[in-house]
Each structure stands twice: as C-alpha cells, then as structure tokens.
Write a protein that binds this ligand. Structure first.
Ligand code: NAD
Length: 279
C-alpha cells in the first residue's frame, strides 16, 4: 500500500481564502496581541511566522515582550489591560514563561472570548463538555485534516501518543465528541506498539523523533504526525515517514503537514473571537 500524502499548504490555502471572505464581513480588522517574557530564538521565529500569516489575511499583530526578570503580577496586569481594551481581539501568551510564573494562572486571566489559543480553563472545560468556543489550535488542525481526508472518527479506534494539555488531551476530547474509541498513551505506557497497532487513526504527538515505526502501524491506518523535532538532517516528525508511507492509507508529512494548518487555525480563532465580540 502507498499512502495518500497530505499537503498542509493546500489545506492552509483553502482556510486562508475562507478567512479572507469572513474578514470582508467584519467592521474592524481583528488585532492579535502576543505576550512573551524573556528572549528565545524559537519564540522569535514563531512570532515572525504568526505576524506573516496574519498580514496575509489582513489581521493586525502586535507583540509585547517583557524581560526575563518580569514577574507574574506584571504579566497578569498586562493581560487584564488587554482584556478590557476593545481594540484587542485575541491574546496569545508565548511559552515557556520564566520560572516562577505559572502559565495556568496567566492563562486563566485571559478573557474566554479573547483566548484564541484555547488555553483558558473555561475554554478547556467547555471543550470537555463538547461545547468549545475556542478550540486549541493544533488539536483543531488535526480534526480539520481528518475532515479534509473524509476520515470520520465515529466507531474507529483512535490512538493518541502524547497527552499534553495543548495537544493530546484536547484532541482526545474532540475525538470522543465524534464517537471515536480513544486511547491516549504517554511516556510511561508499556508496550506502546500493542496500542498503536490497533489504531485506525494514529496521532503521534510525543516530540520523539522516529518513535513510530512502520511495524507499529495497522495496515491502512490514517496517520497524523504532529511531532516537530530538530534532527541533524533537518526537521522531522515522530513517525518514521519512509516506512509508514508504505503501510498507512493516509499520512501527514513533517514539515508541510500539521504545521501550516495549525498556523491558520489560530487565525480562524481570531476571526471567531472578532465575531463573538461583535467587532
Ligand atoms: P509535551 O512535551 O508537552 O508532551 C509530550 C507528550 O508525549 C507527553 O504526554 C509525554 O508523556 C508523551 N511522550 C513523550 N515521549 C513519549 C514516548 N516515548 N512514548 C509515549 N509517549 C511519549 O509536547 P507537546 O507540546 O504536546 O508537543 C508534542 C510534539 O508536537 C512536539 O514535537 C511539538 O514540537 C509538536 N507540536 C507541533 C505543533 C504543530 O503545529 N505542528 C504544535 C504543537 C506541538
């Protein structure tokens, strides 16, 4: 078997043109503000990518960068200012925050309608009840990819490798809402292959290069690789792509798979935030 290889840029392009249409119906341009503390090359690169994709659809983007010495009170005060600023549509807090600052405390202060990353506990709670107003971007991107592949999760075995708050856990909720039978694995899971081999839908989100070998994949499975690892020869995912492409029926590559769709999911949430705030 040779899998269909997903093209993330193509789906991202379709989302982009859909967003442009929605933007035309808004009275004001949405404004995203990112808040970070301490410099990091990874988050600088992430901010530049976000700025670029915002520009492409006409969303404004502003960044507020605090020094690494900033404390929790300062960050929370800024979040509260942004919550009450009517010009601000969406708020992003870049992680990691300096030690001593609780990401949970900061996230819980973001007004739910401005929480375009879906990280406020109000939003994660609503997600668990199947009523998400702002789904976390990567998990929503995976669901959009499954939809574009016409893969209906209902009645299927979905196995997620990785159970972080931003990817694995919300994805489990979203797949349950679609009546999949969901297994979530983590670093302590024994005999990982015994779980992955049962997956009709296999989602790798562990951040471990080549963790999923072809021998661990059920023939004909839909394989979504969320992993993003820096290797000697460049960027790679959690799945051994060369082997897996011969076993799966559908697979996402890294780079060029989940990543580009996630970027536009953030903008989708920003436009949704603008609609909720009636701007
Ligand atoms: P994380 O480090 O917060 O969580 C990793 C999870 O994987 C944990 O639950 C851990 O128990 C599990 N895990 C790690 N090694 C494992 C192993 N050997 N076997 C089974 N489980 C294992 O990571 P995260 O923030 O959820 O990100 C996961 C990966 O997804 C990373 O590579 C990250 O860069 C990538 N990512 C990609 C996108 C995107 O848009 N493409 C977005 C977010 C994260």
């Amino acid at each position: 078997m040779k899998a269909v290889v997903f093209d993330g840029k193509k789906l991202a392009g379709r989302i982009k043109s859909h967003l442009r249409g929605k933007m035309n119906r808004l009275k004001l341009k949405p404004l995203i503000v990112s808040v970070s503390a301490g410099a990091s090359r990874a988050s600088d690169a992430y901010i530049s990518r976000q700025e670029r994709s915002c520009r492409e659809v006409g969303i404004e983007y502003r960044k507020i960068q605090f020094p690494a010495s900033a404390d929790e009170r300062t960050i929370i005060k800024k979040i509260e200012e942004l919550n009450s600023d009517r010009k601000v549509t969406g708020i992003i807090v870049l992680l990691p925050l300096p030690s001593g600052i609780s990401a949970l405390e900061v996230h819980r202060r973001i007004r739910a309608e401005k929480d375009i990353e879906g990280v406020n506990p109000d939003n994660t709670g609503l997600l668990a009840r199947g009523k998400a107003i702002m789904p976390p971007c990567t998990a929503a991107a995976v669901m959009a990819i499954l939809k574009s592949a016409k893969c209906r999760p209902g009645g299927k075995n979905a196995v997620i490798v990785g159970c972080s708050d931003i990817v694995g856990k919300p994805l489990a909720m979203m797949l349950l809402a679609e009546n999949a039978t969901v297994t979530v694995c983590n670093i302590k899971t024994g005999n990982l292959a015994s779980h992955t081999k049962k997956a009709d839908i296999l989602i790798a989100a562990a951040g471990a290069k080549n963790l999923i070998k072809a021998s661990m994949i059920k023939s004909g499975a839909t394989v979504i690789d969320v992993g993003f690892n820096v290797a000697k020869h460049g960027i790679c995912g959690d799945v051994d792509f060369k082997g897996a492409v011969k076993k799966a029926s559908f697979i996402t590559p890294v780079p060029g798979g989940v990543g580009p769709v996630t970027a536009y999911q953030l903008l989708t949430n920003a436009v949704r935030a603008a609609e909720l705030q009636k701007i």
